[in-house]
Design a protein around this ligand. Structure first.
Ligand code: ADP
Ligand code: ZN
Length: 216
């Protein structure tokens, strides 16, 4: 059981937000809210929001605050979020963080901890450009550090693995600079409010154990 159950995962692209989220949801049954996943689903469905987002995501920039905030607001109101949630990739700007507070206050709840996954830039680029995602489930692999048992195939559901359009070297570099400019200020924002926890480990299983110690 988590005593601190409403969480934000802060970290650069490639820091492991999605991977650690997958471990935490399997272990604790909390809801996973990844704005990147929600946006990619909109892109795949070809909705108006998806069409607007696709071009921006391909360039490695941030989609407008208004668009992501309304998606998150809808998702947070769903019943499974009452058991706790991990916000993965949101908020990414100060205005998003302010909006999040307002939405949670309306729902009568609040953030318990903002978990910062800190990783060096050089390591992030290596991870991103070798990352593989599953078409059939949420599994994430890495050609170098976490390869699947059979090349190109998901261990869990046997679907095909693919590289995300924004994991090319050029877009990955853009996403990192966007992180430093627009998202990094949130570390200070949550630190000042006494909500920040910076992970000491970088290995996924070590992080999961570390988080169990501070959140359970
Ligand atoms: P990563 O953390 O690896 O960059 P995500 O899957 O979280 O990947 O996000 C992919 C892209 O989706 C981002 O580069 C951005 O264009 C868009 N996106 C996701 N979340 C947000 C957000 N909170 N605000 C604005 N854009 C977002
Ligand atoms: Zn799979």
């Amino acid at each position: 059981m988590l005593t601190k159950k409403n969480l934000i995962f802060l970290g650069a692209p490639g820091a492991g937000k999605g991977t650690i989220s997958n471990i935490m949801i399997a272990k604790y049954g909390v809801a996973h809210i990844s704005t990147g996943d929600i946006l990619r689903a909109e892109v795949a469905k070809g909705t108006p929001a998806g069409k607007e987002a696709a071009v921006i995501m391909k360039a490695g920039k941030l989609v407008p605050d208004e668009l992501v905030c309304s998606m998150v607001k809808t998702r947070l109101a769903e019943p499974d979020c009452a058991n706790g949630f991990i916000l993965d990739g949101f908020p990414r700007t100060i205005p998003q963080a302010d909006r999040l507070d307002a939405v949670l206050a309306e729902l009568g709840t609040k953030i318990d901890c903002a978990v910062y996954l800190k990783v060096e830039d050089s390591e992030l680029i290596e991870r991103l450009t070798a990352r593989l995602n599953c078409r059939g489930c949420d599994a994430i692999y890495n050609k170098r550090f976490m390869p699947p048992k059979v090349e190109g195939i998901c261990d869990k559901c046997k679907s095909e693995l693919f590289q995300r359009a924004d994991d090319s070297l050029e877009t990955a570099q853009n996403r990192l600079s966007v992180f430093h400019q627009q998202t990094q200020p949130l570390i200070d924002y949550y630190e000042k409010r006494g909500l920040l926890y910076t992970c000491k480990n970088t290995d996924k299983d070590a992080i999961a154990a570390e988080l169990a110690g501070i959140l359970e």
